[in-house]
Design a binder for this molecule. Structure first.
Ligand code: ARG
Length: 460
């Protein structure tokens, strides 16, 4: 049939394959609530400037109430022939209220309509993501605060480096997430402008009030330029780059959880409810949840590249290409929300195995730097101290003894000035306690950092 909302200039119906190929309703119907909100704001504005009568506005609002109810109840008949969420809703409205329904689209285009809908939808998603991200941070900081004096080996190159507080390590995770939160808020602030009123690309001849629609939809202000308004998808790309970085961080955290739960490390225990078993090996308890979060970075990174490539070289203003923005964006939102939820539930349930962590920190010469610093205290230049301790470590590797396990005479063989007090600095507590400055791993510093980190969350 040629009875499309745009059928006037057409002499034959759309090819049925083309209909399916060009339709977006299967995936853009998730923006139905936003589409209706945008229509309500637009209609109210048209009434305030005298383009619609008060009575017409009332009819439209009532009709939209019913459309919304049908959608919510799952009774709405979505139709591929009507292409997208916008035309499905408008057609149903007209079916319900007759000729007035056809006036809703006055001074509007699907181009500014869809740009508005996506921003509204993404803004809602950002707010939910912000909540889940905050929940992950609360849990992480809470676990850190409980473990300021739990000692584990810190690593570089995944080789034992120096002892650190487990809480300190967790607060390093929180720093990554804190920056992610900042990026998310930057994205929200830049995005929160209303493109409504740009119409197809050039604006409209009606005396519209863009400030009114912007305000009623909770936007900070209307966008500046009509051409840009309908062609800009920066906000989607910016969101997806936030998401890529967040997922990168979650993947690093996941990788550590996977390593820490392995029998060889055995630093933590994940509750059974976050793990699964093997269908053949009865002993297995696999950390599927962190593994899957680690794996899901792939699709999120892919979506970012999809969107960048989608927008590359597009001439102004709207192009149908832009319909391809939705699936990557929506899947990114879903993946991020689920991954954050997994972490928010899982992190507070992590049980550190303090004895194993401590044992790992105690072996592996993790206090070698402390011994070098002690020698500097005796007057040796640091490079010479480094050399002396290197020889002591080589002896330890050969004899199977850690530094703290050597007797004083042995240590004095490497530097005669070493005294009995050396054993204070070779202890794990001595080592972490001595790093007592802002950003250091001393338990008191970690406790204070946890308080500051929580205070930042309280300000949100
Ligand atoms: N479904 C379209 C999209 O997602 C809506 C805008 C269509 N505009 C147009 N001129 N064909 O981009």
């Amino acid at each position: 049939d040629t009875s499309k909302l745009w059928g006037g200039r057409f002499s034959e119906p759309t090819d049925s394959f083309v209909q399916r190929y060009t339709a977006s309703v299967t995936f853009d119907q998730r923006m139905a609530a936003e589409d209706i909100a945008g229509s309500r704001a637009h209609a109210s504005m048209l009434a305030s400037v005298g383009v619609l009568s008060a009575e017409e506005l009332q009819q439209i609002q009532d009709g939209l109430d019913q459309v919304a109810a049908e959608i919510e109840a799952g009774e709405f008949q979505w139709s591929i022939e009507l292409e997208d969420v916008h035309m499905n809703i408008e057609a149903r409205l007209t079916e319900l209220i007759g000729i007035t329904g056809k006036k809703l689209h006055t001074g509007r285009s699907r181009n500014d309509q869809v740009a508005t809908d996506i921003r509204l939808y993404l803004r809602g998603a950002i707010d939910r993501i912000a909540e889940e991200l905050t929940r992950v941070q609360r849990g992480t900081i809470g676990l850190a605060a409980d473990n300021t004096a739990t000692i584990m080996p810190g690593f570089t190159h995944l080789q034992t480096a120096q002892p650190v507080s487990f809480g300190h390590h967790l607060l390093a995770w929180n720093e990554m997430l804190e920056r992610d939160y900042g990026r998310l808020m930057d994205c929200r602030a830049r995005m929160n402008q209303s493109p409504l009123g740009a119409a197809a690309l050039a604006g409209t001849t009606y005396p519209i009030d863009r400030a009114q629609t912007a305000a009623s939809l909770g936007f900070d202000k209307p966008t500046e330029n009509s051409l840009d308004s309908v062609s800009d998808r920066d906000f989607a790309i910016e969101f997806c780059s936030f998401a890529s970085l967040l997922m990168t961080h979650l993947s690093r955290m996941s990788e550590e959880l996977v390593i820490w739960t392995s029998a060889q490390f055995n630093f933590i225990e994940l509750p059974d409810r976050f793990c699964t078993g093997s269908s053949i090996m009865p002993q297995k308890k696999n950390p599927d949840v962190p593994e899957l979060v680690r794996g899901k970075v792939g699709r999120v990174n892919g979506h970012l590249i999809s969107l960048l490539t989608l927008m590359k070289s597009q001439p102004l203003a709207y192009n149908k290409d832009n319909q391809e923005d939705k699936e990557p964006l929506f899947d990114t939102i879903d993946t991020v929300l689920d991954s954050l939820r997994a972490f928010a539930d899982m992190v507070p349930a992590i049980k550190p195995r303090e004895v194993n962590m401590r044992e790992a920190a105690r072996s592996g010469f993790s206090t070698a730097t402390d011994l070098a610093d002690y020698l500097v205290g005796l007057g040796l230049p640091f490079r010479d101290a480094h050399e002396v301790v290197g020889k002591a470590v080589a002896h330890g590797v050969e004899s199977g003894l850690d530094l703290a396990e050597m007797d004083l005479a042995t240590l004095q063989g490497f530097c005669a000035d070493i005294g009995e007090d050396v054993f204070d600095v070779l202890t794990l507590e001595g080592s972490i306690g001595a790093r007592d400055h802002l950003g250091g791993t001393a338990p008191a510093q970690v406790a204070a950092a946890a308080v500051r980190a929580n205070a930042l969350l309280d300000q949100r």
